[in-house]
Design a protein around this ligand. Structure first.
Ligand code: HEC
Ligand code: HEC
Length: 432
């Protein structure tokens, strides 16, 4: 009897023989031609590649026409004309070094707003697009997904380097940037407050945070007086995950349509009758956010490729020696023994299926969960945790370190973990 391996080897030899025959001058001409011609590209693979290219373009550079809102309405471009690159970096904006010709940065004056304009002209400010007239005057500016969900690798200088798509920008002070706008009256009118209040709220967010629900329910502060803004989450490692956002609003493509229409103020079409709930979402209900229609839909045609691109972004592997491998191996056992894997199911580290939980289940208050349709928290997929330590953990960063998270679970689930087990569990979390 042949071994399995033997059959495979024989098959390979027979295959090679057939190939040789096809290439030999004795073979008929048509067969020779066929063997020489490269295999036709797999139509599914080439379609996926095209979508990835389009999706990346959209994720990095597309404003969906939102410059109309940010410039005609909020006039943010006027403020940008006075912003130096140093100030831009200080509020967490990142510079894509690969978009710049060599030498430009070395000779650039980082205290001259003209340099900011030069960077914008070259599309080198991550997530911020400038629009210029023929005399090179900045006439409008808009934002893209990359603003909040990309960083750079700092390979040239802090804040300047190669793009890292999908990484959460925890340096970005979104509130401070919006506060640059000379006219926030439209936002004040939407929320039914005065401009000074809007500015106070924007100042309360701080770096790495944004409040996606403020423009639905008008709640700027939690009952404890702290900001209602959440951390900016990473947008990598999302394939296989059902519910997205901290509170599981919907799928990736649901949320993309939501954000592009309702947060970035792009021009598109959006439908979600859940927003007609005037008790839960008073601002959204009176503003008609449940059913948005624009004359030119610049969003819907881009959703498919944008979704595919995001699902393709892997969570970044932790740097070598950034964790203790032996402790992490022991911590993996603790992760199972403590029941963490009941919800954070490997290798997704969220539940396959409906991945939402009540506040009581995880032992925290329900404020943020109650601001979402299902009133739940979504089990966070844990891969790449090491890359967003800044700002803390859980939706609002309430736990400054992973050890704080572990201590919380230890108390909530009465786990009675030893200090050694806690340490090992933290090393395991750092290794994901
Ligand atoms: C102003 C900052 C900002 C911009 C711009 C932005 N996002 Fe987000 N994004 C957030 C915040 C904050 C959340 C968390 C929202 C929540 O949980 O309520 C989020 C959540 C997400 C999530 C869910 C991640 C997860 O863990 O499930 C995805 C996916 C996402 N954004 C993709 C995008 C895309 C695509 C765009 C462009 C169309 C975009 N975002 C634009 C701030 C931003
Ligand atoms: C009942 C389901 C459930 C169990 C069990 C569970 N988690 Fe979680 N976990 C969640 C949910 C839901 C969140 C999101 C909380 C939030 O953002 O407010 C979360 C968040 C986290 C985070 C924060 C992630 C981030 O990016 O901020 C870490 C770390 C974590 N869990 C680790 C663990 C560990 C370790 C255990 C075991 C000791 C565990 N979890 C047990 C549901 C669970």
């Amino acid at each position: 009897m042949h071994s399995r391996k033997g059959i495979l080897a024989l098959g390979a030899i027979a295959g090679a023989g057939a190939l040789l025959l096809a290439l030999s001058p004795l073979a008929p001409a048509s067969e020779r031609e066929q063997a020489r011609r490269p295999a036709a590209p797999d139509p599914i693979v080439s379609h996926a590649q095209q979508m990835l290219d389009e999706g990346r373009q959209t994720f990095r550079y597309d404003t969906f026409g939102d410059q109309v809102f940010w410039s005609r309405t909020l006039k943010i471009h006027q403020a940008l004309k006075t912003v130096t690159p140093r100030t831009a970096l200080a509020v967490g904006l990142k510079v894509d070094a690969e978009a710049l010709p060599p030498g430009l940065l070395a000779n650039a004056d980082l205290d001259d707003p003209a340099t900011t304009a030069a960077l914008l002209r070259r599309n080198a400010v991550v997530g911020l697009r400038g629009f210029f007239d023929k005399d090179r005057n900045l006439v409008a500016a808009g934002i893209t997904c990359a603003l909040c969900h990309s960083t750079v690798d700092n390979s040239v200088a802090p804040g300047i380097g190669k793009r890292r798509d999908g990484w959460a920008n925890r340096d970005l002070n979104v509130g401070a940037i919006i506060n640059l706008s000379p006219d926030l009256q439209p936002v004040a009118a939407l929320l039914g407050v005065d401009q000074a209040t809007v500015r106070t709220v924007l100042r309360s967010w701080g770096p790495g945070k944004f409040d996606a629900e403020l423009f639905l329910d008008g709640k700027a502060f939690r009952p404890d007086g702290k900001t209602a803004a959440t951390l900016i989450p990473p947008a990598f490692g999302l394939a296989g995950v059902d519910g997205h956002t901290f509170t599981g609003w919907g799928s990736v493509t649901y949320w993309n349509a939501f954000v592009a229409n309702l947060e970035m103020y792009g021009q598109g079409r959006f439908w979600d009758p859940r927003l007609n709930d005037a008790a839960k979402f008073p601002v959204a209900a009176r503003s008609g956010f449940a059913d948005i229609k624009s004359d030119h839909d610049l969003i819907t045609p881009k959703l498919a490729a944008l979704q595919l691109y995001q699902l393709a972004i892997p969570a970044p592997a932790p740097p070598r020696r950034s964790f203790d491998a032996d402790a992490a191996a022991r911590g993996k056992v603790v992760f199972s023994a403590a029941g963490c894997n009941n919800c954070h199911v490997p290798p997704l580290y969220t539940e396959p299926g409906w991945n939402r939980h009540t506040a009581e289940e995880i032992g925290i208050d329900s404020f943020q969960a109650d601001r979402s349709p299902d009133g739940r928290y979504r089990t966070t997929p844990l891969k790449g945790l090491w890359s967003h330590a800044k700002g803390g953990y859980y939706h609002d960063g309430r736990f400054a370190t992973l050890l704080d998270v572990v201590n919380h679970y230890d108390a909530h689930f009465s786990l009675s973990l030893t200090n050694q087990q806690k340490h090992d569990l933290v090393e395991f979390l750092k290794s994901l």
